[in-house]
Ligand binder design. Structure first.
Ligand code: 2AM
Length: 194
């Protein structure tokens, strides 16, 4: 018998992602920190993203319902101009890069995305957006590494880039001991004028 048991839920979020060259610029600036703080749980560069809406665990049959409305939204919006700038931390545990550029546009897009999701009948925790890109998490016995790296990032100012796609992403967090991985369920190019 080869049958695999499929999970009944999928952990989902909606995000933007910087292009590779903007990520590489920040990764270069972080190189000394990667070496100095190997015990931090660094996110993989290919997973870096800016979360617009975290939907949590959804029944597997619900995620597909989001596709058409999110595709429709992306088709009416133009790409946002953003940059990675500075750094900070949440509660001395989560290290992040700050986001600069069209933050009004980012807040507007976030509100629209969340409104589309609610329109699909999906209930989620509608927390205020704090624009950031998470880079690493510390271990429980380590209160200082994240704070140190964050202060070292204060002078970082990356180049401007365009967020070209809206990503509907599945996460494997909480599904076993392996590393965190994110996988696009689908991504839609921003191809509108607004
Ligand atoms: P973060 O970037 O600040 O860690 C997948 O977990 C993504 O959803 C992460 O980018 C995470 O934010 C974001 N997220 C937002 N709210 C969350 C929550 N309550 N639990 C887990 N992840 C959350």
């Amino acid at each position: 018998m080869n049958e695999q048991i499929q999970p009944a839920t999928v952990r989902v979020f909606i995000a933007l992602a910087p292009p590779d060259d903007a990520k590489e610029e920040l990764a270069r600036a972080l190189r000394p920190a990667y070496e100095a703080y190997p015990r931090l749980r660094w996110n993989r560069i290919e997973d870096w993203h800016i979360t617009l809406a975290f939907l949590g665990e959804l029944p597997v049959e619900t995620a597909p319902l989001l596709r058409q409305p999110l595709a429709g939204l992306a088709a009416t919006r133009r790409p946002l101009r953003l940059s990675l700038r500075g750094g900070g931390h949440f509660d001395e545990r989560v290290l992040w890069s700050g986001i600069d550029g069209d933050l009004d546009g980012l807040h507007r897009l976030t509100a629209e995305v969340r409104s589309v999701v609610k329109g699909c009948g999906v209930v989620f925790e509608d927390r205020p957006l704090r624009p950031h890109l998470t880079l690493a998490r510390s271990r429980r016995d380590d209160p200082s590494s994240v704070v140190n790296v964050a202060s070292g990032l204060a002078g970082f100012s990356g180049r401007e880039w365009e967020a070209e796609r809206l990503h509907l992403v599945a996460s494997n967090i909480g599904r076993g001991p392996g590393p965190i991985h994110y996988r696009d369920i689908e991504a839609w190019r921003f191809s509108g004028e607004q």
